[in-house]
Design a protein around this ligand. Structure first.
Ligand SMILES: Cc1ncc(COP(=O)(O)O)c(C=O)c1O
Length: 388
């Protein structure tokens, strides 16, 4: 058997050691509290589930779905974008439902990247942007996100020789892992950059509905010129706690949406229709669950920030997304400190290095565990700190 050499180009999975260690400790009966997983712990709201159950009983939904998705779902997505962001979308040409946004993000590389091409990717970042670039035969150029630059890339310092090979730029705000947000001014600058250099701008925005203190994050598509050069990826995973159902969307530039559809229509057979129906209910139905979820997450954020301050781990207070990006103490790498927390406190976090070189010196803590477990974790962190 000969595996394709492109697989050799994928970097080793950096969390291997940590994942193994967690499994070993758990097998020994240790109670590990994990702040490592970015997956909403609260259930999908019941009105959405009820709708999905009804749809699951209807034989119409037992057959292959259309790859393109139900027209009513296209319309619901367009309505939601108009209501939430004031962005007008043509439901037929500027909207494409996805099997979770990760699927669409991964397939986007096949639309733009040829061997030798470059995708501009932020560092740190969600790994799929660079991995899909590599799988398509291209190369990622990493744009550092620095804390003193509010975790926004400095587009002015990207070398001309890189820009000349770049076909695609990936941005993600509210940001995983830093929790940073971007202003409309920054999005306008990014859209202008895409126009000036004739490259596609992809904004990954699954966290716009997870926000605190009333700071509602904008959509990239609100920026003047954005739709001429870009698409936005969105998801029902974090907004409606539907990560297990796998549904998201790409919206924006009609040519880019069509290119993605052409790739997808040759590779997948769409989203199960009962799940599409549930998504329509989520988007058209009451949005109260978003306010409720955010109030819970904000309380968790405040508790976690307080304990991190008390034990000397500096972290910015995130305005959005459910992550805290905290600095590790001097003298430790992010991996060393992650192992120390695991072994000495039974607390699992994600080492920043897993998100790119610029993630070194940080750990990411996700707030997606129950209040009880979070409180236990906080007590453990305090006790551990008193003991060292
Ligand atoms: C930045 C970012 N983009 C995309 C995704 C994928 O979300 P989905 O569940 O829609 O595939 C995640 C999931 O954690 C994420 O953090």
């Amino acid at each position: 058997m000969h595996l394709a050499t492109r697989l050799d180009k994928l970097p080793p999975y950096l969390f291997v050691d940590i994942t193994k260690r967690i499994a070993e400790l758990r097998a020994r009966g240790e109670d590990i509290i994990s702040f490592a997983i970015g997956d909403p712990d609260l259930p999908t709201p019941s009105h959405i589930i009820e709708y999905m159950c009804q749809a699951a009983h209807d034989p119409v939904n037992h057959r292959y779905p259309e790859t393109k998705g139900l027209p009513e779902l296209h319309q619901a997505i367009a309505d939601w974008y108009e209501k939430r962001f004031g962005v007008m979308l043509n439901p037929d040409k500027e909207v494409l439902p996805l099997i979770g946004s990760k699927e669409g993000i991964g397939h986007t590389a096949l639309c733009f990247i040829e061997p030798g091409d470059i995708a501009l990717v932020t560092d740190p970042s969600y790994p799929v942007y660079s991995m899909s670039t590599i799988l398509a035969g291209g190369e990622a150029y990493f744009m550092p996100l620095k804390e003193d630059h509010d975790f926004l890339p400095d587009l002015d310092i990207i070398p001309d020789k890189v820009i000349s090979k770049a076909k695609l730029m990936w941005l993600n705000y509210p940001n995983n892992p830093t929790g940073a947000t971007a202003s409309l001014d920054f999005f306008e600058q990014a859209a202008h950059f895409g126009q000036e250099h004739d490259l596609a701008v992809c904004h990954d925005a699954p966290y716009t509905e997870v926000f605190f203190d009333g700071h509602k994050p904008p959509s990239f598509l609100q920026a003047p010129g954005a739709k001429e050069v870009g698409v936005e990826f969105h998801s029902l995973s974090k907004t409606y706690h539907m990560s297990g159902w796998r549904i998201g969307m790409a919206v924006g530039n009609a040519e880019m949406v069509d290119a993605l559809f052409r790739v997808k229509s040759n590779l997948d057979s769409g989203i199960p229709q009962a799940i599409q129906r549930a998504a329509i209910e989520a988007l058209h139905g009451s949005q109260d669950c978003i306010t409720e979820h955010n109030a819970i997450l904000q309380r968790r954020r405040d508790k976690m920030i307080k304990v991190l301050n008390e034990i000397g781990l500096k972290a910015r207070i995130p305005e959005a997304a459910f992550y805290i990006w905290a600095k590790v103490p001097p003298g430790y790498t992010s991996m060393d400190f992650t192992k120390k927390l695991l072994d000495e406190a039974g607390i699992a976090v994600t080492p920043g290095i897993g998100y790119g070189r610029e993630g070194e010196g940080y750990i990411r803590l996700s707030l997606t565990l129950s209040d009880d477990r979070l409180n236990q974790g906080i007590n453990r962190l305090s006790a551990w700190h008193r003991s060292v």
